[in-house]
Design a protein around this ligand. Sequence first.
Ligand code: GDP
Ligand code: MN
Length: 386
Amino acid sequence: MKIHEYQAKELFRQYGVPVPNGGPAFSVDEAVKLTDSLGGYPVVVKAQIHAGGRGKGGGVKLAKSREEAEQYANQILGMTLVTKQTGPEGKLVKRLLVEAGCDIKKELYLSVLPDRSTAKICIMASEAGGMNIEEVAAETPEKIIKVFVDPLNGIQGYHMLQAAYGLNLPKAAIKPFTKMLAGLYKMCVEKDCSLVEINPLVLTGDDDIIAIDAKINFDDNAMFRHPEIQELRDMDEEDPLEIEASKFDLNYINLDGNVGNMVNGAGLAMATMDLIKQAGADPANFLDVGGSASADQVENGFRIILSDTKVKAILINIFGGILRCDRLAEGVVQAATKIGLKVPIVIRMEGTNVEKGRQILAESGFNLVTAVDLKDAAKKITELVA
Ligand code: GDP
Ligand code: MN
């Protein structure tokens, strides 16, 4: 799960990570009132969307007066912001962050995240922070340092000093930096973050440290123990089809291709996507109906795939175990009857009650292509979308 920058900064405050004064605004009026309350200029007006690259896309503006602040708030609120991370369709801006500008001497990069391969918490830092960090990572990876913390022992002084020296911080900034990093680490662990990223972390003119950007992702599997984080969820930022799918306990992820996929089991879904790719087509989604789906769940999954206009054909690949093939077939027919079939469907199924399932499909009157095995299914679906 992702949250907005202003929400992340509120969490930062709770953990003693310094951020500029400011807060969210949902209208131009609110933005101007906030500006007045900050008591000075410049003021930064920032688009709040769940995507980075806002600076380069025109979603971050520095206002030197009340008039400018109002003008920028007007301009950014309601704009469709296109950044490297939003895709070409962009994202409608419905919230702003208005905060005090700060005196930037140097822009640094800092992130904290669990690293699966070492089973440690990784602190990543670079003195070449700011809007071009992706190029730094690609061209001069030696400018990014990593410090690994064993979560059982927790963060120690030497970890923090290693990061501070890696950032080439002036002496006066080391203390504020280590205090900030200790808070950030604690937050990452306590809130089950899968990523905490500050870019840029700013070294100010008087050698203080302040986070002027804030990105936090949370581990979805841990959200049950953080109702306070769940409250921060902004449905406007999430894929409407993914929200719809979660209502029926379906694992659904929207992708870029045009082959809709209905599969039972995440492993089988991955294998199916690989085969579709190998056959030369691209999956439009990943839909795992689970091992014990009901006919209703199958119907809802099917409805969700069909409502995606990218989908030019659907591949159903089921290994019938607890989810019997006849129940799957009933769900498919139920959905097709209610919604109507606008695209061709290839079905491959094996396992419990497969004969009964095939019979239901054959007698349904719908044009359903059956495949003998997985390879055959991938080949047939690729021909259909070609
Ligand atoms: P992102 O592009 O989505 O990552 O948005 P950021 O919050 O990182 O802002 C982009 C850039 O705007 C930063 O790298 C800074 O250079 C600049 N910026 C943000 N806040 C301030 C500020 O308070 N003062 C100044 N001078 N520049 C700022
Ligand atoms: Mn940034």
